[in-house]
Ligand binder design. Structure first.
Ligand SMILES: [Zn+2]
Ligand SMILES: [Zn+2]
Length: 157
């Protein structure tokens, strides 16, 4: 029965809970027993109850698996930290688009092309950010620079 009054509705819910308390608690216990084995899984792992909840997560999961499942620089495996890196930089006109493709659309374009490895790789946000900002990741050994000092300095600075 619809309640226009919030207090009435809450009172009704409270009465319902009191009447069905043991049944609701038993249902809750059954749910937890059934899902207990999923408790340690992260949402992006296949056996997690919310896995594949959205197509965006699913396509990202596919991309991560296709590109080796970990950061190609530091080995990070936490899916939320991983992202596809354009080895030669992101370019306009990729995949026949007039704009820079990113996010879910990028995953779909890569999938359509059989996950090309020549221009794309999997990196974590840290390594990807470092490459974009410094031109190299601090994880990789320092290479002796053009001026022979062996130190890396920020590009342009
Ligand atoms: Zn990394
Ligand atoms: Zn790195």
């Amino acid at each position: 029965m619809p309640y226009t009054n919030r207090a009435d509705r809450l009172a009704c819910q409270a009465r319902y809970y009191a009447r069905n308390c043991s049944r609701l608690r038993a249902a809750g216990r059954a749910y937890h027993a059934k899902h207990r084995e999923c408790g340690i899984l992260r949402p992006e792992e296949p056996n997690h109850p919310t896995y594949c909840r959205t197509s965006r997560l699913r396509i990202k999961q596919e991309a991560i698996a296709a590109y080796g499942g970990k950061c190609q620089c530091c080995g990070e495996t936490q899916g939320d930290f991983l992202t596809i890196d354009h080895i030669n930089g992101r370019q306009k006109g990729e995949f026949g688009k007039t704009y820079k493709v990113g996010g879910e659309e990028l995953y779909r374009c890569l999938k359509k092309r059989g996950w090309p490895k020549d221009a794309f790789r999997l990196l974590c946000m840290n390594c990807n950010f470092a490459l974009g900002k410094f031109g190299r990741c601090p994880h990789t050994p320092i290479v002796v620079g053009e001026n022979g000092d062996g130190l890396y300095t920020k590009s342009g600075g």
